[in-house]
Design a protein around this ligand. Structure first.
Ligand SMILES: NC(=O)C1=CN([C@@H]2O[C@H](COP(=O)(O)OP(=O)(O)OC[C@H]3O[C@@H](n4cnc5c(N)ncnc54)[C@H](O)[C@@H]3O)[C@@H](O)[C@H]2O)C=CC1
Ligand SMILES: O=C(O)C1=N[C@H](C(=O)O)C[C@H](O)C1
Length: 268
């Protein structure tokens, strides 16, 4: 089979440049285009050069349409307002859309689900194997321990991150809620301050720390009477997310239109 031609959107971002490097080192995929926001000072620049690979002839553009029309898939780690537009364009082009963007609202999620009627979309708050395996362990532990154990999710990220809690923290919260057979949106406690009163029984708590260059640390603490379990993951390099995203793109190439997760891709 010929190489899968991928367009990277958000190409000069932290994940965009990591993807350019990992695509160059991965068999079966080719970088077919690079897109940035209108007005970016990097429009027209060679993305290989920006990624430290040496020139590869792929210039950063602000016009996704012709690039999507000639591609097999798009890999998207951008911002929610851009991702919903790219989902619609990927649906029109009938191509694969891998979405890593976090901080999506309910309306954004609905727009993505609508686009998945025609596009093959894989979306996850974390594309790494380790975190998706951790989510399965969290689900199992939450089910086994029951509501007597209080669940708190703590995450730390670099000081440029703009959304909280992280997409990963929410994914882990969903896993804990599924294990308990409850709906996360009715039980999440996000951000405590002041005279909060005692902890709500059955709540799933979230705390977000920001600082320095931390790639992504997550801990799920299950605190019961006189004992505590902690399950965690430390991301050491963004390449783990990029590799997961490429695995997702190659997997989705053979699927029907629909909205998939990394659990589907990894068969967990
Ligand atoms: N699911 C996962 O495994 C991971 C998800 N992320 C998420 O990916 C997103 C991006 O993260 P970073 O790369 O660290 O951020 P970043 O800020 O370094 O990169 C985002 C890029 O998107 C570009 N962009 C914004 N609007 C655009 C538009 N309309 N068209 C094209 N490009 C546009 C920005 O100019 C920027 O270069 C965040 O939501 C983050 O939480 C990050 C790492 C892993
Ligand atoms: O913004 C980031 O950097 C990351 N975002 C994702 C998230 O919100 O969980 C994944 C990873 O933790 C890095």
């Amino acid at each position: 089979m010929s190489d899968m031609r991928l367009v990277v959107v958000g190409a000069s971002g932290r994940m965009g440049l990591t993807l350019a490097r990992i695509i160059a080192a991965t068999e079966g995929v080719t970088l077919a285009g690079a897109v940035e926001r209108e007005g970016s000072p990097l429009l027209g620049r060679d993305v290989g050069e920006l990624a430290g690979l040496g020139p590869n002839g792929v210039k950063i553009s602000d016009d996704p349409l012709p690039l999507f029309a000639a591609a097999d898939g798009v890999v998207d780690f951008t911002v929610p307002g851009a991702t919903t537009v790219f989902a619609e364009l990927a649906a029109q082009a009938r191509i694969v859309h891998v979405i890593g963007t976090t901080g999506l609202s309910e309306a954004d999620e609905a727009a993505i689900a609508a686009a998945a009627r025609h596009a093959r979309i894989v979306k996850s708050g974390n594309m790494s194997l380790g975190v998706n395996l951790l989510a399965q362990l969290v689900k199992q532990a939450a089910r086994a321990l029951g509501p007597e154990f209080d669940i708190e999710i703590v995450e730390m990220h670099h000081n440029r991150k703009v959304d909280a809690p992280s997409g990963t923290a929410l994914l882990l919260g969903e896993a804990a809620a599924a294990g308990r057979g409850i709906n996360l949106s009715n039980h999440a406690e996000r951000g405590r301050d002041g005279l909060t009163g005692p902890r709500e029984p059955g709540a799933i708590g979230f705390a977000a720390l920001r600082g320095g260059t931390v790639v992504g640390d997550h801990s799920v603490i299950m605190a019961g009477p006189y004992e505590r379990i902690e399950l965690g993951h430390r991301a050491e390099d963004r390449s783990i997310f990029a590799r997961g995203a490429l695995k997702a793109a190659l997997w989705a190439r053979d699927q029907k239109p629909g909205l998939y997760s990394m659990v589907d891709v990894l068969g967990l």
